[in-house]
Design a protein around this ligand. Structure first.
Ligand code: ZN
Length: 382
């Protein structure tokens, strides 16, 4: 560690070029979300803090991308990016409504992967205690030989493979509303990366995976952990599941680095999903991850999904403030005027579920926890 964790050196790895990442005109992943977030962080004075730096990201090399992706797939993305027509691209998951193709897609994705690599390198070299690359993480569905769920090259898999090569053990926590299937598959056989994904169950949401029974294989048996939750789960129930599984497992695994994917499509106003967290519920999770990170001494954070612009801007601004140990005011600064009608960082919570629905939600989530107690926790002596 390079500093007292009361005042951790926090790197925010971003450049405006990363908000140009547009898949197609109608695509729900809108690059402007990062621009609003960045403006709100600036208006909140986060870049004036003595312990917050804003290093520029580097670009990932082809060799780095090929550590985790089939060279045939990488080459076809590169060819399409250069304007070639690739008749076989459907077989690589390209050209669908989720993953449309466009010129320049290789370069923008390589920059996105590079931002996550920059964050990882700052933390593993000890130049920063915490690094947050908000453009990363959204590729968590990308597979070794195909694009999936808006993801092309899986930045988290690539960055963690490099850490494992350097002899580090990594705990990956994915709090996106969708199962982090690409990251799970990328490390499924490894006991050097513990992957934990807490998400809306695949019974109701893409990608349809992330069940408790997916525990890893070979040396990695037991090191893949899934916490599928019922639709409409709100803050209290979500945190009950988080608390029972995530801190004890991370402490038992004793990682060298904490790597978190901070998707905010769990938000109750998110248009694509059905969990029902508030921004304050999300930020409480970031605080809990920060407590684990303080014990470990190294924390790499990436962004992820999040399709409600107000939720993304507020949540990731709150996350950066939490990382830097800075208290934000309750109200959105008056100098921020990019999104109308925003008053407070915290939400007015949604109406609680009616009792009959709440008992269904609790029953489903308790079933998940029961399975985890039987199948996952004993491996770690819990
Ligand atoms: Zn998502």
């Amino acid at each position: 560690m390079t500093s007292d964790w009361q005042n951790p050196i926090t790197a925010f790895v971003y450049t405006d070029e990363l908000s140009q990442y547009q898949l197609s005109a109608e695509h729900p992943l809108r690059p402007i979300r990062l621009q609003h977030m960045h403006e709100l962080m600036k208006s909140s004075g986060l870049f004036d803090l003595a312990n917050v730096d804003s290093p520029a990201p580097r670009v990932a090399t082809k060799a780095e991308i090929e550590t985790s992706h089939d060279p045939d797939y990488v080459s076809i993305v590169e060819a399409i990016s250069n304007g070639a027509i690739a008749p076989g691209m459907g077989e690589f998951g390209l050209g669908s409504s989720d993953n449309p193709v466009r010129e320049g897609m290789y370069e923008t994705t390589a920059l996105c992967v590079g931002s996550t690599l920059t964050a990882s390198e700052l933390v593993t070299s000890g130049k920063a205690d915490i690094a947050f690359a908000p453009a990363g993480g959204v590729h968590h569905h990308a597979m070794p030989r195909s694009a999936a769920g808006f993801g092309v090259f899986n930045d988290a898999v690539i960055a963690m493979k490099a850490m494992v090569e350097a002899g580090l053990r990594v705990a990956y926590i994915d709090i996106d509303c969708h199962h982090g299937d690409g990251v799970q598959i990328g490390h499924y056989d490894s006991d050097q990366v513990l992957t934990i994904s807490i998400h809306e169950s695949g019974q109701w949401l893409f990608p349809g995976t992330g069940y408790v029974q997916e525990i890893g294989s070979g040396d990695g048996t037991g090191y893949s952990v899934n916490i599928p939750l019922a639709p409409y789960t709100q803050d209290d129930e979500w945190h009950k599941a988080f608390d029972e599984v995530i801190p004890p497992l991370v402490r038992a695994f004793k990682p060298d680095v904490l790597f978190t994917q901070l998707g905010i499509d769990t938000h109750f106003q998110d248009p694509l999903t059905h969990l029902a967290l508030t921004t304050q519920g999300f930020n409480l999770a970031v605080q809990k991850l920060g407590s684990l990170a303080a014990e470990i001494g190294k924390w790499v954070a990436v962004g992820g999904g999040g399709y409600d612009l107000s939720a993304v801007a507020r949540s990731w601004t709150m996350a950066l403030a939490t990382m830097a140990n800075h208290d934000l005011p309750d109200q959105i600064p008056s100098t921020f005027d990019s999104l109308q009608h925003l008053t407070n960082f915290a939400d007015v919570p949604p109406e609680p579920s009616e009792d009959r629905y709440l008992s269904e939600i609790q029953s489903f989530n308790n079933g998940t926890l029961k399975e985890i107690r039987a199948l996952v926790l004993p491996k770690f002596g819990i």
